[in-house]
Design a protein around this ligand. Structure first.
Ligand code: HEM
Length: 414
């Protein structure tokens, strides 16, 4: 076997037999439990990366400047053919411009500018609109027979909210989704392929043309939306260039869609599986924020974040070399028995509450207030009792690359 792991730490023989299999995608927690017990830092040939599972290691690693976000796109792109790298340079450049894939100081500059536009106030102002949207979607649930909660609620809600927030007309929703899917497919593939890069190039070109036309329209006629704010906001005379605006808007599309869809779906499943927390939430809507935090620990939607080691370092006694890719396994960290008592139990009242679901450090999720708002309103509304949901079959899951979410969630109203 070749690879950075050679001679430094045993690669558990069972790891790649179980990692990323269909069974793992349905239930990754069995393998996470085994890794947490026996190999909390392990090399996977399949992922071509170190997997880091322990809660404290994940928290520390995500904010460690020796681990770079900026080298992620060049590292992924090294798997492409030279022709694809040239042909798809524009898409790769666009991704490399996103703040999620930048280190300090350029990350700080981008984050400062967008934070002035994407404020807590702007998100809090959405409370009423999100509640209305949830009520409308829930009001359309079929009254008889089974239906798919993903199609009826968890997919449309975050998609509609991000479009409204940015000021993108709803009729463009399917285009936005298509562009976002192409970028996600490229970024979350274990190994980047030419096909994925070609599809991302087409998506980025289409998205870029559309976003530029919208920005021009907002400059001529400003609106009270995030796009207008992003296009106009500057810090100390510095503002985003047109290429940076496109990269930022595409980042907001794909960072906010599936992730929130997954968290709401995973939260519904946790509540359907256990009457106790569901009844507590129905009796006390004030419990909703704690329920959301517990979903972020127990079955979060973003399961891993990658970094590239800039210098040699040691994590929990395992040596990592400069240039090695490292996957911080957020989904596993939430089940770490060294951090949480009875980690496999969903308990919004737990005294040792906490999670790393939105990451840690300078890349801490920019959209966390929005994701919390949407998930809280969706779960609280469903728990109210006016629309009592029951499971109508097993949920199905797609391939778990980075985002865990049910792709179908059959339910009925009692
Ligand atoms: C439940 C839903 C969500 C989850 C679980 C989630 C999770 C995360 C995590 C773990 C990170 C850290 C990435 C890293 O360390 O490399 C992150 C970053 C980010 N998220 Fe989210 N996210 C969610 C929703 C959203 C939403 C709704 C938006 C925006 C509309 C958003 C925008 C971002 C952005 C822009 C970053 C990059 C921040 C930076 O690099 O400074 N996310 N998210």
């Amino acid at each position: 076997m070749s690879g950075p792991f050679d001679g430094r730490s045993p690669q558990p023989p069972w790891l790649d037999e179980e990692f990323l299999t269909p069974e793992f995608c349905v239930n990754p927690y069995r393998l996470y439990g085994r890794l947490l017990d026996d190999a909390p830092v392990a090399w996977s040939d399949k992922a071509r990366a170190w997997l880091v599972c322990g809660f404290d290691d994940v928290v520390a690693g995500l904010s460690d400047v020796r681990l770079s976000s900026g080298r992620r796109i060049p590292a992924l792109a090294s798997a492409l053919s030279p022709e694809a790298r040239e042909r798809d340079a524009r898409a790769l450049d666009c991704m490399a411009r996103m703040m999620a894939f930048r280190d300090q100081p350029s990350h700080t500059r981008l984050r400062k500018i967008v934070s002035r536009a994407f404020t807590a106030r702007r998100v809090a102002d959405l409370e009423h609109q999100v509640q209305e949207l949830v009520d409308t979607l829930v009001g359309r649930f079929p009254r008889d027979g089974a239906f798919d909660l993903v199609a009826a609620l968890t997919f449309p809600l975050p998609a509609l909210v991000i479009c409204r927030l940015l000021g993108i007309p709803e009729e463009r929703l399917t285009d936005v989704r298509r562009w976002s899917d192409a970028v996600v497919a490229l970024l979350s593939s274990a190994v980047m392929t030419d096909d994925h890069a070609d599809q991302a190039r087409v998506a980025v070109e289409e998205a870029d043309a559309y976003i530029r036309s919208l920005v021009d329209a907002r400059r001529a006629e400003p609106q009270d939306d995030l796009l207008t704010a992003i296009a106009r906001t500057g810090v100390d005379g510095d503002s985003l260039s047109p290429d940076e605006i496109t990269a930022m808007v595409i980042l907001l599309f794909f960072a906010g869609f599936e992730t929130t869809e997954g968290l709401i779906g995973n939260g519904v499943l946790a509540l359907l599986a256990d009457d106790g927390p569901r009844q507590s939430l129905a009796a006390d809507p004030e419990l909703a924020p704690a329920v959301v935090e517990e979903v972020l620990r127990f079955d979060t939607s973003v399961h891993r974040q990658s970094r590239i080691a800039v210098t040699p370092l040691t994590i929990s006694g395992v040596d990592i070399e400069a240039g090695d890719p490292v996957l911080f396994m957020i989904g596993a960290a939430g089940r770490d028995p060294r951090r949480f008592q009875r980690p496999d139990r969903f308990d919004p009242h737990r005294p040792d509450a906490g999670n790393v679901g939105f990451g840690h450090g300078i890349h801490f999720c920019l959209g966390a207030p929005l994701a919390r708002l949407e998930t809280r309103i969706a779960l609280a509304t469903l728990a109210k009792g006016r629309y009592p949901l029951h499971s109508a079959g097993q949920p199905t899951y797609g391939t778990l690359l980075a985002v865990r979410k049910p792709s179908a969630l059959p339910v009925t109203l009692a």
